[in-house]
Design a protein around this ligand. Structure first.
Ligand code: FNR
Length: 412
């Protein structure tokens, strides 16, 4: 489906009804803020006519903001408490500098990488983002089509707006099914069985959400700026995923009170390991100790993730957690990571620190909101292009040559 062309961004259109949003959103637009170098010559650049004209991943964010109702953009943008861990995830790439080497044979550049015995064209995958219909009417189907044209692995949220069978068909290859198991084991079993019947090759248990979901001021303000009652996304304006998401259709959810059990213990991992026939990925690990425990209890991979800063305000960026997880895993299984990846150099640094591949959260939703499927494709293309460029610059013609020697902790 063709989306309306995004309108030109002006101070008025960006702030619009969101003038009450907190400093996070408005400070960058305040009158006394000096323009970033990118705007010195084009204070009001014309909006891109197509996704292919967008130069970098971050430029999709304001386009998504223009395209979306305030509450939906707020849901996408928000973190928790003061949103500082959201920002930290990206800023922390500044803690690392790339040590480029010259005098390397760069005739053949190969961004492909080995994952679970297969070969990906690049070390990038799409992480779980729930309820994509909030961002585009074609929702996860458009994301899956983009993943298909770019041969990218897709992790589907339990809260997907589209059924797993439909998304699998659009992707044309097995998905990884993200798991919010709920606090009813029969429902857990139902989700796992359905995902596996749909062809999922892995179940990715999210372990980073022990606290009850809660509003912060960013999300509340965005909702206050939005008077619509959105029955497309919420049943009776309730947000409980198990009442609406297609994954729960046909399951008896009458005993479900929360998306995760109150405690996810090593014993719980053992029980899930018994249930899952394919691979078990544990998503949301941020320490070496937890990574070691996850492996001991059957994980086939871990994802270093803090849920894009949406569940806890630790102020600890995932890239800063990566080295201890890599050390604890010791090469036994893949170590994936997500959180704040916006540049090819971010991807490069994570690989140099030992990651197997990196996941994208918000950027895919920005691309989707602004342009539908071509927007998601453009986000992937940009990151691949930038990764290729820094691989050349750093003298690393293959993913395996991006070693710890190519990155150093910044002195500043
Ligand atoms: C998420 N994320 C997420 N994770 C998960 O395990 N299950 C889910 O349903 C969702 N849903 C979701 C919705 C939205 C709107 C966002 C932004 C994120 C977290 C996601 O998989 C990933 O960990 C982070 O988004 C990565 O950080 P960045 O790339 O958004 O900075």
């Amino acid at each position: 489906m063709r989306r309306p062309r995004p309108q030109p961004l002006s101070r008025r259109s960006v702030l619009g009804g969101l003038a009450t949003l907190p400093a996070l959103w408005s400070s960058a637009l305040a009158d006394d803020t000096p323009p970033p170098p990118s705007q010195l010559f084009h204070r009001n650049p014309p909006p891109p006519g197509s996704a292919a004209e967008v130069l970098d991943v971050m430029s999709f964010e304001p386009l998504a903001r223009t395209a979306l109702p305030p509450a939906h953009f707020g849901y996408l943008a928000t973190g928790v408490d003061d949103d500082r861990t959201v920002a930290r995830n990206h800023e922390a790439f500044g803690h690392y500098e790339i040590r480029s080497q010259r005098f390397t044979d760069l005739d053949h550049l190969d961004t492909s990488c080995a994952v679970f015995g297969g070969r990906w064209p690049s070390p990038i995958y799409l992480s779980a983002v729930s309820g994509m219909r909030a961002f585009h009417p074609e929702a996860e189907v458009a994301v899956a089509r983009a993943a298909r044209t770019r041969s990218v692995q897709l992790m589907l949220s339990t809260g997907s707006s589209c059924a797993p069978e439909q998304v699998t068909e659009a992707r044309g290859a097995p998905l990884w099914q993200q798991l919010y198991p709920t606090d009813d084991w029969e429902v857990t079993r139902g989700i796992v069985k359905r995902a596996e019947a749909a062809g999922s090759s892995a179940i990715a248990l999210t372990v980073d959400g022990a606290a009850e979901p809660r509003f912060n001021q960013t999300l509340r303000n965005a909702m206050l700026a939005d008077s619509r009652e959105c029955s497309a996304c919420h049943l009776n304006n309730r947000h409980d995923m198990w009442l609406k998401a297609p994954m729960f259709a046909g399951l008896d959810v009458s005993r479900v009170t929360r998306l995760r059990p109150a405690s996810v213990t090593p014993g719980y991992l053992d029980r899930l390991r018994q249930l899952v026939r394919g691979r078990l990925i544990v998503k949301g690990v941020v320490t070496g100790e937890d990574a070691a425990l996850a492996l001991e209890h059957g994980a086939d991979a871990v994802v270093v993730s803090n849920h894009g800063g949406r569940n806890e305000e630790t102020l600890r960026a995932t890239v800063d957690c990566l080295p201890e997880v890599v050390a604890a895993v010791g090469g036994r299984v893949p170590v994936f990571i997500d959180g704040g990846f916006r540049r090819g150099t971010d991807v490069f640094k994570a690989l140099a620190l030992g990651a197997t591949a990196v996941g994208l959260g918000r950027p895919q939703a920005w691309g989707l909101a602004a342009f539908g499927q071509p927007g998601v494709e453009a986000v992937i293309d940009i990151l691949n292009r930038e990764l290729g460029a820094i691989m050349r610059q750093a003298g690393t013609p293959a993913i395996a040559s991006i070693t710890a020697a190519r990155v150093m902790r910044a002195a500043r």
